[in-house]
Design a protein around this ligand. Structure first.
Ligand code: ATP
Length: 320
């Protein structure tokens, strides 16, 4: 490849900017021309493509969001849209594309590769729901946002001896709930991957209060359902508790990326460029046991990511 482009797509995540920066700077370092595409696949179809230089990615490593902006694009879901996208890239002399996004964005990259564009996917999502990588870019920051919020809730909950239900993001994946729950010492962590019994949850709360606990934190992954519904179930069993519900929502996607996310993004962005130069295509970049890995996008999008059961059981052991 001689000329590559980079885009961010789907939901934004902290660290996407660090990944864009790494793609641009590594590409230039290795003698490529690098272009940025605004607003994901929508920008590609609109030919919203501009050259990037070293300075165009200055002062962004610490910023949340994405300077390239992100979008969801229906037209690109069609074969005509994908062909148009490939034609636009060819008309600009671009033969390699780095796509930073989630599962859906990976599928778009997969389609483009079948139309002759060399593609690399980088896992950019807070949800950590992509297989063949231990971590996605933004996950660590989202977990620290949740932990920070739970710390604050604990202060007020223990003053009033209340229980708190915190609904967190993650789509169908419970990783944000699990990692934030363990780190914040939550009494209960509800994730979609592990079935639970609401009677047991309520009993545990009751026994914790009887044994002198002054507060109780329940973290609910959005894949399980709404925090409000969990609160109703608890109220039906223990009417005196009146759990307070906090839905953290989009603040989990904001804020400055943690050093972990910045470094992960930097490593993966550089890796994607080097692999494109080596002629690889249609691959997802990831990190497994601290090793950078390449996996066929087809395999990644067709494999469900799994939850760390050892960690889940540890959280239960420590939550008494
Ligand atoms: P997140 O997990 O943060 O939501 P995502 O990448 O999964 O990120 P999607 O909205 O699923 O987000 O996908 C982003 C864009 O990728 C879509 O708007 C669409 O343009 C493109 N895309 C998604 N699925 C496909 C597909 N099957 N074929 C082609 N393009 C797709």
């Amino acid at each position: 490849v001689k000329r590559i482009a980079v885009l961010t797509s789907g939901g934004d995540s902290q660290g996407m900017n660090a990944a864009v920066r790494a793609v641009v700077r590594s590409g230039l370092y290795f003698g490529l021309e690098v272009y940025g595409i605004q607003r994901g696949y929508q920008g590609l179809l609109n030919n919203d493509i501009f050259p990037m230089d070293l300075r165009s990615v200055g002062d962004i490593i610490q910023r949340g969001g994405t300077v390239l902006q992100s979008a969801r694009c229906k037209e690109f879901m069609t074969l005509e849209g994908q062909q148009k996208g490939a034609d636009v890239l060819r008309s600009r002399g671009i033969d390699g594309l780095v796509v930073i996004g989630g599962d859906g964005s990976y599928q778009g990259a997969n389609k483009l590769s079948k139309l002759g564009i060399k593609t690399m996917g980088l896992p950019g999502t807070i949800d950590n729901d992509i297989s063949f990588t231990d971590y996605t870019i933004g996950f660590d920051t989202a977990v620290s946002v949740v932990v920070d919020a739970v710390n604050k809730l604990r202060d007020t909950m223990s003053s009033h001896e209340r229980s708190s239900i915190v609904e967190v993001m993650g789509r169908h994946c419970g990783d944000i709930a699990l990692h934030a729950g363990l780190a914040s010492g939550a009494e209960t962590i509800l994730v979609p991957e592990v079935p639970f019994d609401m009677d047991e949850v309520a009993q545990r709360m009751q026994s914790n209060f009887e044994h002198g606990k002054r507060h109780s934190i329940i973290i609910v992954a959005e894949g399980v359902g709404k925090g409000e519904d969990v609160a109703k179930e608890i109220m039906a069993r223990c009417p005196s508790y009146e759990p307070r519900v906090t839905v953290l929502g989009h603040i989990q996607r904001g804020g400055t990326p943690t050093p972990f996310d910045r470094n992960l993004a930097s490593k993966l962005g550089d890796f994607a460029v080097r692999k494109l130069i080596e002629g690889e295509s249609d691959k997802a970049c990831g990190i497994i046991n601290n090793q950078l890995t390449l996996t066929d996008i087809d395999l990644v999008v067709n494999t469900k990511s799994s939850i760390d059961m050892d960690m889940y059981e540890l959280a239960i052991r420590l939550s008494q």
